[in-house]
Write a protein that binds this ligand. Structure first.
Ligand code: ZN
Length: 564
């Protein structure tokens, strides 16, 4: 069966609720652990079917946003999925209260109970209306961003369309593009300030109502972080400041030299090479054919996985009229199928889809046999290890995708990944300040941002741009508004992926075995325990980053980038 033949049927909310409640009754009155476990499996099946249908509707509506049928179904899913979540909360309560808990823990491990505990801490009926308000504010941010109409090159452009201009080889153009883009944020400074201020105060209020001192720990629990705290993350940021910032500064100096500039301004940063960024050679058909070859040679597991994706047509890659923007990887449990969605644009991003998003899809394909829905995907920081490491496992085949640009691609891949971490940490430290000081004024917040930026991005020169000098850069970072504390996950995963890069240089077979074991563990354990499964070092422990980036640094030092 191909994706187009997957049958959609709208979930019936009433019967779902009825069945779910009946099962919960059965669960609570089970006479044995076997009986309770059987009921648990029935509940999982019920949840999986609803989730499969919601996901299917959402995929089809993103492939064609003009499809009226799936547009309605997606709306139905948006309205009704919170109801399903409410039922899951009831399941968590029942699980935690189970008289067979020790036996269930033996069967499923402690992690499901830790998840249940944390999820319950983030929720109470008295915060529902506040949470709805929070969602509304998040959509307002998206709308405000989407309202950008920037005049450039005789056209009216949105923020995404500004990217190529910001990377222009012509310095005047990239300067103009950056100034105009941030000009949009500067013009709307009051609106962004007001919106964010509302969000921060609202989140603080929710946190206090739920019994927390402030939003920080609630934010961590919402991301289901069960085994590390803000203190661990602060120590990790300290490592970044000490070990990575000097390396990043050095890389930025090399970039400045490559570009032949006597002064390196913020608007120069998006351009990496005067000869342009590395691009894949070929269109969709060639790139997918190369990916097929790559995955067939990489391992038997990747071959089976990618054959499955192509045979069932589980990828929609090319930009088409009416298609939603962006890219994602998702999963439909009842069809046991991952799905990859993207908008190819002729940049190296197209190859990232076939490595990064495919890495996510590969993991979920490997862990799809877990009967507990909670164990199929792990938390975000672990998820990104699968995707970012697959980008590195794919390296030996990059000549197929980039041809003469291979060496340039590899250099910029490592360089970009490394330079990203200090920025990611900036975003994270800023948010800790914000939620620990909910009464700070917008001006105080912006001043703090600039102060933190100077610590982690010491090369940044805003060329006297008042808005940016005052600390407004973060207005463009959507995560800060919509998903607090999420951003650090990308940096944690990048450090782990770097470790896989290093392991591959030493013993590729062993590195792959570790990676495969990690993928197969899915979300069956917490972040730090999953690291143990993958034989990875804990990035929170001082000294870890220094050790991991050593071979990366050596590699970059030995590349003659003047020839790019
Ligand atoms: Zn990802």
């Amino acid at each position: 069966m191909q994706f187009k033949d997957y049958q959609y049927q709208r979930p019936d909310v009433e019967s779902f609720k009825r069945d779910f409640n009946a099962y919960l009754e059965d669960f609570n009155h089970s006479e044995s652990v076997e009986e309770q476990n059987d009921v648990l499996m029935k509940i999982m099946k019920l949840r999986n079917t609803a989730e499969t249908m919601f996901t299917l509707a959402s995929i089809r509506s993103s492939i064609n946003t003009k499809d009226e049928f799936y547009d309605k179904e997606k709306e139905f899913a948006d309205v009704n999925s919170p109801l399903f979540q409410e039922m899951v909360v009831e399941l968590y309560k029942a699980l935690l209260a189970s008289k067979f808990r020790p036996q269930l823990e033996q069967k499923w491990g402690k992690h499901i109970f830790n998840i249940a505990e944390v999820e319950l801490k983030t929720f109470s009926p008295e915060v529902i209306t506040l949470m709805q308000e929070e969602n509304k504010l998040a959509s307002e941010y998206q709308k405000l961003r989407a309202s950008a109409e920037i005049e450039m090159d005789g056209k009216i452009l949105n923020l995404a369309q500004m990217v190529p201009y910001r990377q222009s080889k012509d310095r005047k153009i990239r300067q103009e593009a950056s100034e105009k883009m941030f000009g949009f944020f500067a013009e709307n400074q009051d609106k962004f300030d007001e919106l964010y201020d509302k969000m921060v105060k609202l989140r603080h209020k929710i946190a206090v109502k739920l019994g927390f001192d402030n939003y920080v720990q609630l934010g961590y629990y919402r991301l289901v972080r069960t085994d590390y705290t803000a203190k661990d993350v602060a120590a990790y940021r300290q490592q970044v400041a000490e070990t990575l910032v000097p390396v990043s500064l050095d890389l930025k100096k090399r970039q400045q030299k490559r570009l032949g500039l006597s002064e390196f301004k913020y608007y120069d940063e998006p351009l990496n090479f005067l000869t342009g960024n590395p691009t894949p050679k070929g269109e969709e058909a060639e790139l997918v054919a190369s990916a097929k070859l790559m995955y067939s040679e990489l391992s038997p597991e990747t071959k089976e996985f990618f054959d499955f994706m192509t045979e069932h047509k589980l990828m929609d890659l090319v930009t088409k009229a009416g298609k939603a923007g962006g890219g994602y990887c998702t999963y439909m449990p009842d069809f046991r199928s991952p799905f990859i969605f993207s908008n190819f644009n002729g940049t190296s991003h197209d190859v990232d889809v076939l490595t990064h998003e495919a890495g996510h899809a590969f993991q979920v394909y490997q862990s799809r046999d877990y009967a507990l829905a909670e164990y199929v995907w792990p938390t975000y920081e672990a998820c990104e290890i699968h995707s970012m490491s697959m980008e590195f496992f794919a390296w030996p085949w990059m000549d197929k995708f980039f041809k003469e640009d291979e060496a340039k691609y590899k250099f910029s891949h490592l360089e970009g990944a490394l330079n990203f971490i200090p920025y990611g940490v900036t975003v994270d430290e800023f948010q800790h300040y914000v939620y620990e000081n909910p009464e700070a004024t917008p001006a105080e917040r912006r001043a703090k941002w600039r102060e933190i930026e100077k610590k982690y991005l010491p090369y940044r020169d805003y060329d006297g741009n008042k808005f940016l000098e005052d600390g407004g850069f973060w207005f463009m970072q959507g995560h800060i508004f919509t998903t607090p504390f999420y951003y650090i996950d990308y940096t944690l995963a990048q450090v782990c992926a770097f470790e896989f890069w290093g392991k591959q240089q030493e013993d590729r077979a062993k590195a792959w075995a570790d990676y495969l074991r990690l993928c197969r563990a899915g979300g069956s354990d917490s972040f730090l325990n999953l690291l143990k499964v993958g034989n990875l070092h804990n990035p929170f422990i001082p000294g870890t980053i220094a050790k991991i980036i050593e071979p990366i640094k050596t590699y970059l030092d030995n590349v003659d980038d003047s020839k790019f």
